[in-house]
Structures are given as C-alpha cells and as structure tokens.
Design a protein around this ligand. Sequence first.
Ligand SMILES: O=C1O[C@H](COP(=O)(O)O)[C@@H](O)[C@H](O)[C@H]1O
Length: 232
Amino acid sequence: MTANMNAFANGAELAGKLADKVAETLSAAIAARGSASIAVSGGSTPKAFFQALSSRSIDWGKMTITLVDERFVPADNPRSNHLLVQENLLKDKAASAQFFPLYQAVASVEEAAIIATEKTKSIGFPFDVAILGMGNDGHTASFFPGGSNLATALDPKTPRGIITMEAEGAGEPRLTFTFSSLQDARLLVLHIEGEGKKEVLAKAEAPGDETEMPIRAVLRRAASPVEIYWAP
Ligand SMILES: O=C1O[C@H](COP(=O)(O)O)[C@@H](O)[C@H](O)[C@H]1O
C-alpha cells in the first residue's frame, strides 16, 4: 500500500496542519453523511494536535470520538488515554462531541473488550479518520511485539471490534481496536515525532516480520493510503 510522508519544521507546525487536514475531512464527512467519526491514539505525541483540533470549527455535535487503544485503567489514572483526550481534546469547541471510551469498569479486561465492542458498534465503520501513533518498539495501537493476541489483532479476517492485549512492553493489559477496524479509515494517519521515530519508521519500512514490528501490518496491508505526519 502507499504511504505519503508529510514532514514539518516542528511539532507546533505539524499539530496545526494535521488539525486543519482532520477538520477538513470531518467537515466533508458531516456534509456527505450527516455525522463523522474519529479514532485517536494516546501516548505522549498527540497532545498539541488534540489542543489544535479542539479549536477548529467543526459541527462537533455531529461528531463521535473514540480511542484506537486504551490501558485497562479508569479515566482518572494518569496513564489513561481517555484522560489525555478529556484534558486536551474534549474541550473548547469540541466539548459537545460524543466520546466512546474503551475502558469499562468491570472485573476483567476480556469482559471490557466485549462490552466496548458492543458499545462502539453504533459509531459505524469505516472510521472517517484514524490517527495512529508508533512506539520505539514498532507497536501501533496496542499491537505489541510478543503480544498475547497479536496474531488475532493483525489477522484481516478478525472481525471489527476491540480485543485484549498483554505484552511485556505494554504495562497494563490493553484494549485495542483490531487491524480490520482501523486499516480502511477514510483518512489514515501515522503521527510520529523525533529523529528516533524516523529511524524506527525506516526500519519498519525495510523487509522483516510483521510480528517483530507490528506497524508493518499497517504500512504494508492497510486498504487506505497511510499519511505519515512527522516533525523532528
Ligand atoms: O502505548 C501507546 O503508545 C503509542 C505510542 O505512544 P508515544 O508516546 O510513543 O507517542 C500510542 O500510539 C498508543 O495509542 C498508546 O496506547
């Protein structure tokens, strides 16, 4: 599949340009279908982008926001991706958007995955926009090298929805949308920053096993072109 590199001078410029592109895509989706959806990543990278996007003039009342992946922790935990979205995206003009969390306050992560899959079905597929990140180990979403459910998560025949993932590099047990749920987003973005991540990307683009660097599944097999947004 194709991947296009969009490189920027710095993180602030990237955040603004990515917010412009996403806002344009979401507004076009609302004009065409009456509503729009976006699945976003967590981690340390997307904060400035979230803040920029929250100020854009979109018909936020027609917007659904969810997460690409989440830790099995409640929303008041500092490591929660929900918390990051709550504090940086679900505010300003975006405060009226509807948010679907992946974490559920139940006893097991497996139970949470079943409930989250049911609850997020109403969002509808494909997502209008999916924003992926990438870890230094080549993981994206919660597709971790050595992950307990990695083969299932990456299998294109696995139904759309949320599954669990446990891995040494993951910390807490995780909830993640499957590859099949993300790979055909109408706008599929890989947002990475720093020289180190650029080197990881170069390694991922070289021959090698998907299970060693799961981002390869997206770069090689996504139905949608991958728009890479990078800044030093
Ligand atoms: O664990 C996670 O990490 C990745 C990458 O995060 P970053 O801090 O290196 O940008 C992120 O895409 C994912 O959503 C998150 O759960």
